[in-house]
Design a protein around this ligand. Structure first.
Ligand code: UDP
Ligand code: MG
Length: 153
């Protein structure tokens, strides 16, 4: 089953949205396979946002992402990468659809509350970046019959 990486960014932590965001994923039927609080540093952020290091806003993004600890989650489900990206919404909170996390909680293109992996390939890389093997748990096999039809899993 697919897994994806979600970060509740400092903009979500400082605005006391940790519980709301975790609840959205759980209420959807996604499974929390890993969860922890971490203080990010420049090294991990340069890796994580390698596609953005040359952009003019990168120093601001670095500062923003180090302002408080983040919550890292490994979230599991059928098509989890796409489902979570859809729930996250467009990058800019002012353009994100209502009902999405960014659409409901953000007015910003930077302070946009959550990160979510954008492909299955990147999800694997990002989960390995933020979690070690012993921090991902597999405890939910007997719940699948309540979440999916037999031919979906
Ligand atoms: N970002 C920004 N300004 C921009 C574009 C992106 O500050 O013009 C930040 C924003 O926090 C975004 C992150 O950089 O979430 C990663 O950008 P990406 O294009 O990967 O968007 P995402 O995948 O987060 O929607
Ligand atoms: Mg991205």
């Amino acid at each position: 089953m697919e897994q994806t990486l979600v970060l509740i960014k400092p903009s979500g932590v400082i605005r006391c949205l940790i519980g709301d965001i975790i609840a959205r994923f759980q209420h959807k039927g996604l499974i929390i396979a890993g969860l922890k609080m971490m203080q990010l540093d420049e090294k991990i952020l340069r890796e994580h946002y390698a596609h953005l290091v040359d952009r003019p806003f990168f120093p601001d993004l670095l500062n923003s992402m180090m302002r408080t600890p983040v919550i890292a989650m490994c979230i599991k489900g059928v098509d989890a990468v796409n489902v979570v990206r859809t729930m996250t919404g467009a990058t800019n909170g002012r353009k994100a659809a209502p009902g999405t996390i960014r659409g409901d909680f953000s007015m910003s293109g930077q302070e946009n509350i959550v990160h979510a992996s954008d492909s299955v390939e990147n999800a694997l890389i990002e989960i390995n970046r933020f979690f070690s093997e012993g921090e991902i748990f597999d405890y939910t096999d007997n719940t699948f019959k309540y979440l999916y039809a037999p031919d979906e899993v």
